[in-house]
Design a protein around this ligand. Structure first.
Ligand SMILES: Cc1cc2nc3c(=O)[nH]c(=O)nc-3n(C[C@H](O)[C@H](O)[C@H](O)COP(=O)(O)O)c2cc1C
Length: 237
């Protein structure tokens, strides 16, 4: 089987901040789970521009197409479409995800309506951290999981007790870009728990993506006949 591609998307507008730090751990773990079988790429939205959807609806029924081309949407969309699995790492913003990433998902979702009838079956995991302890991590992770389901993808969590719907953390109300890196170095118990849960989630993402790809190849004749898997089959065959 050829390698699976995992795209890590850091949803923070800050370069090399806490979301980036956790995502690096997730991608490093993913590579270690199955060296030679896993390719990873980290994409940071920092410094990128995503103009909001203006509801022109020209994208409907044109996979991935968007009329607006004067920003970075297409660059990330193409990477998203190509990946077997996505790991989002987001800072909590106002109990949700940062606006830049929400804009990307809005536009991807609408130009991806074909996926409502043809399931791309990407595996999607999420990491969320904020300055508070339980101050929006769950709502942010739930949104990403809903986005996965809406996009015909497969949301994957961690294992009990670490991460039910994703892996989450907090910076102990420290606003610095390196807060989690420092807390991890100091072996702060909550941050160690966060990192452990990221490793479990990351392993689950890799295993599920490999199972899905191998299963898709084995069952491709049946899936072709069904007709609801064109996007998935285009990617894996
Ligand atoms: C506009 C804004 C809104 C925020 N809202 C929340 C929030 O609702 N809950 C929370 O726990 N942290 C909130 N934070 C704090 C960030 O989530 C936190 O500092 C995080 O570690 C930043 O991650 P980064 O270093 O990857 O940018 C907010 C920060 C900003 C700038």
């Amino acid at each position: 089987m050829e390698a699976i591609k995992i795209l890590g998307i850091s949803g923070s507008p800050r370069k090399k901040g806490n979301s980036n730090y956790l995502l690096e751990i997730a991608l490093e773990t993913a590579r270690s789970v199955a060296p030679e079988m896993v390719e990873t790429e980290l994409y940071s939205i920092s410094g990128k521009t995503f103009n909001p959807c203006d509801a022109c609806n020209q994208c409907h029924d044109q996979l991935g197409y968007c009329r607006q081309t004067d920003d970075d949407f297409a660059e990330l969309r193409d990477k998203w479409i190509e990946a077997d699995a996505i790991i989002y790492s987001v800072p909590v913003y106002h109990m949700g995800i940062p606006g830049q990433l929400k804009i990307f998902i809005d536009r991807l979702g609408n130009s991806w309506v074909e996926s409502f009838t043809s399931r791309p079956l990407k595996v999607i995991g999420v990491l969320a951290q904020g300055s508070g302890m339980a101050t929006g991590q769950e709502t942010a992770m739930t949104f990403i999981n809903v986005h996965a389901v809406m996009s015909g993808c497969i949301p994957v969590g961690g294992d009990w007790p670490a991460s039910y719907i994703g892996a989450s953390g907090w910076t102990r109300v420290e606003e610095g870009k390196s807060a989690l890196r420092k807390l991890h170095a100091e072996e702060d118990a909550d941050t160690v728990f966060t990192v452990d849960s990221i490793k479990v989630l990351s392993k689950n993402v890799v295993h599920t993506a490999m199972i899905v790809k191998a299963g898709g190849k084995a069952l491709q004749e049946m899936l072709k006949e069904d007709g609801g898997y064109e996007i998935f089959l285009r990617r894996i065959t």
